[in-house]
Design a protein around this ligand. Structure first.
Ligand code: MEV
Length: 442
């Protein structure tokens, strides 16, 4: 049976590690060595990481790669990507190169509004609640002046607050549904602080509102929290070119490739089993850039998938068509991102990633991230509808298999060369390593 412990968070880092390795590992010293291998020798940097979360015992590394040659609205970008999946950066780079020669990516931010809600229960007459809301609304906004001052100076802040009647869903359930412009901040702290202040003012003012009967004065606040569903914080990314220009490197005419590609998109539009995998491929690109730039990939994931289901069935985020001989492929997705606040000014690699991207505004970052998603989907569909996905995947996975078998530099070189002209499968790699080792023993 696993052991429990009280006061773990109050132990020193080394005591925490001692408890973990002695409680859970057959070889405590080996486990400790692995944990310590990932510490940074720069104490200040390590302390920074230790303090990001509670109970840090080591650092968890992901590779940070880059995909160069992205032409976005006539400007070239090298996009940083933090991801463990071997083929993702290669696929992004390939798609970037492909579209570099065909006019690049065109993007635009459609809207940038974020949402937060105060959920509450009120057991009285709705008309009276409406009157109360109309009277108290300016006070709700005034009450947040200290929180919104700086944001307002920069041109953002609270856009509106609506009272929403949700009693057809749950008895006596209402919301203050507020919209915000948070500029270059993702805005979670800003929005949540405003919402908690709305809730406080709302409850306090209700106590002295004349039309509420004594028994019905009670506004019961359930919770105040931003929404990660941001369908009005939307960005569009698109590529297009004459159909005949699609033929390059595919052993297939541009027309045939485009038709097959569009069929693949259409399937993901109507078939949820395929749509989930299709969109997962898009998120390969999106998450990698979101993570590299210190943004909240869980928020992005939740919001994007909700958006993909907005018509009642989970569906493709991308779309494609041929019109007047022009192939177009595009995507509109909600992305709540920040380039100030949070990790962006704290994590040295995040700062570096943002500088690599020419220090973008949040709106610029939305466009770059959307492009990474669209490029990833293009690369996946291009492979799926022509060579199949495994050829590229296994080529990139080769190094993982070689590392699993602790291949040395010479073995890696020989086998990488060999697999340039032979199909990579797990068993083929194992067989080739064994053969090589046997022959070098002779
Ligand atoms: C793998 O990580 C992503 C793909 O499955 C996406 C797709 O099928 O479109 C290749």
């Amino acid at each position: 049976m696993s052991k429990t412990i009280t006061g773990f968070s109050k132990l020193s880092k080394s005591k925490k590690i001692d408890w973990i390795v002695n409680t859970y590992f057959s070889n405590a010293e080996d486990a400790k060595t692995i944990l310590k291998q990932y510490w940074n020798t720069n104490n200040q940097l390590q302390q920074l990481h230790d303090e990001f979360i509670e109970n840090t015992i080591t650092n968890y590394y992901l590779p940070l790669g880059v995909a160069p040659n992205f032409l976005i609205n006539n400007k070239i970008y090298t996009i940083p990507m933090a991801i463990e999946e071997s083929s993702v950066v290669a696929a992004a780079s390939k798609a970037a190169k492909f579209w570099l020669e065909r006019g690049g990516f065109k993007t635009k931010v459609i809207s940038s509004t974020k949402i937060g809600q105060v959920h509450f229960i009120y057991k009285g007459n709705f008309d009276k609640l409406k009157q109360f809301f109309t009277q108290v609304k300016p006070k709700l906004i005034e009450g947040t002046d200290a929180i919104t001052k700086n944001m307002k100076k920069r041109g953002g802040g609270i856009l509106d607050i609506e009272l929403r009647n949700k009693t057809s869903d749950i008895d006596n359930y209402y919301q203050l549904h507020a919209s915000f412009e948070t500029l270059d901040a993702m805005g979670a702290n800003f929005i949540n602080s405003c919402l908690e202040q709305f809730a406080k003012t709302f409850k306090e003012e209700a106590l002295s509102f004349d039309l509420f009967s004594k028994n019905n004065r009670q506004i019961d606040i359930i919770m105040s929290i931003l929404s990660n569903y941001v369908p009005d914080c939307l960005v569009r990314a698109e590529v297009s070119c004459p159909v005949e220009e699609l033929s390059e490197g595919n052993n297939i005419s541009g027309e045939a490739f485009a038709r097959k590609f569009i069929q693949a998109v259409n399937i993901a539009e109507v078939e949820p089993y395929r749509a989930v995998t299709h969109n997962k491929g898009i998120m390969n690109g999106i998450d990698a850039v979101v993570l590299a730039t210190g943004n909240d990939f869980r928020a992005v994931e939740a919001g994007v998938h909700a958006y993909a289901s907005r018509h009642g069935t989970y569906s493709s985020l991308t779309h494609a068509k041929i019109e007047d001989g022009i192939f177009s492929f595009w995507m509109e997705i909600p992305l709540a991102l920040g380039t100030v606040g949070g990790l962006t000014g704290l994590h040295p690699l995040v700062k570096l990633a943002l500088e690599l991207l020419h220090k973008p505004s949040a709106q610029e970052l939305m466009q770059i991230v959307a492009v990474a998603g669209l490029a990833q989907n293009f690369a996946a569909l291009r492979s799926l509808t022509t060579t199949g996905i495994q050829k590229g995947h296994m080529k990139m996975h080769l190094m993982n298999i070689l590392n699993q078998f602790e291949a040395n530099a010479e073995e890696k070189q020989t086998l990488t060369e060999y697999f340039k002209s032979n199909a990579v499968t797990h068993s083929a790699v194992v067989e080739a390593i064994n053969k090589l080792r046997v022959s070098s023993e002779k």
